[in-house]
Design a protein around this ligand. Structure first.
Ligand code: AKG
Length: 239
């Protein structure tokens, strides 16, 4: 996995956490999804501003859920992902932020092609890795992750908003893109410069992902000094 990640910018683990752990996480996850009061200020629709009076978010994103539900932070998911982040990019890696991204049944809204680094401020140490943990079985039909393999390239392509208030997007050649289906408890890792995407959910069940992002502790300190804590509005910060 490490060789693949370092060579292509992404990797996959069949199992990061046990089925029992997945079940515990799903309970906390569903409580947060239902609770619009508690998640206010951290929650938005990655699919764009929800239509007025619409109850259904196209893609629910909840940033830093560990702030409001500390039991998440006790999960072995956080411990195991951190172990891997250190293996992949060095012992100084620490959790920068966590997030939940849920695609509800039949919401049919893709997460457009992008690089995470476009959302972030420009930091001197570019090492960063996101661990995307599937809590449901993920397939092409409900929104598994897709990646475009890359070398050690740190170019950030120009990004723009895909829809008002929604996700960032960049034009790219997708001919080499690879889907990564997973069982619950499996995960992918990608670096901040790897282009990735997911299809909309066209199935009858949810597609719940817990995403943990790691970077060097010194860079997290630098971000916080500049007021960046991964809450607040989405912006292109790094082109
Ligand atoms: O879950 C998704 O659809 C997209 C996730 C993503 O873009 C990320 O983890 O960086």
């Amino acid at each position: 996995m490490k060789n693949h990640f370092l060579k292509y910018g992404f990797g996959k683990l069949e199992k990061l956490i046990s089925e029992e752990e997945v079940e515990k996480l799903k309970l906390l996850y569903d409580q947060l999804l239902k609770d619009k009061k508690r998640t206010i200020g951290l929650r938005s629709d990655l699919g764009g501003d929800a239509e007025e009076n619409s109850e259904v978010e196209k893609i629910t994103q909840i940033m830093r859920p560990g702030i409001i539900e500390s039991r998440l932070l006790e999960s072995t998911a956080y411990k195991e992902a951190l172990k891997w982040a250190k293996q992949l990019l060095g012992k100084d890696m620490e959790l920068d932020f966590d997030m939940l991204i849920n695609k509800a049944p039949f919401t049919n809204t893709p997460t457009p092609w992008h690089q995470d680094a476009a959302y972030w401020i420009n930091l001197p140490d570019k090492r960063a890795v996101s661990c995307w943990i599937a809590l449901d079985k993920v397939t092409e039909a409900n929104g598994c992750m897709w990646f475009i393999p890359k070398g050690p390239d740190l170019t950030i392509h120009p990004h723009q908003f895909y829809s008002k208030g929604g996700a960032l997007y960049c034009e790219t050649d997708t001919s080499q893109a690879q889907p990564i289906p997973l069982q619950p408890g499996g995960c992918t890792f990608h670096d901040g410069f790897t282009l990735h995407y997911s299809n909309g959910n066209s199935t009858t069940s949810q597609r719940r992902a817990l995403i943990l992002n790691f970077r060097p502790l010194e860079m997290i300190t630098l971000e916080r000094k500049q007021g960046v804590d991964h809450t607040g509005d989405r912006k292109v910060r790094n082109n």
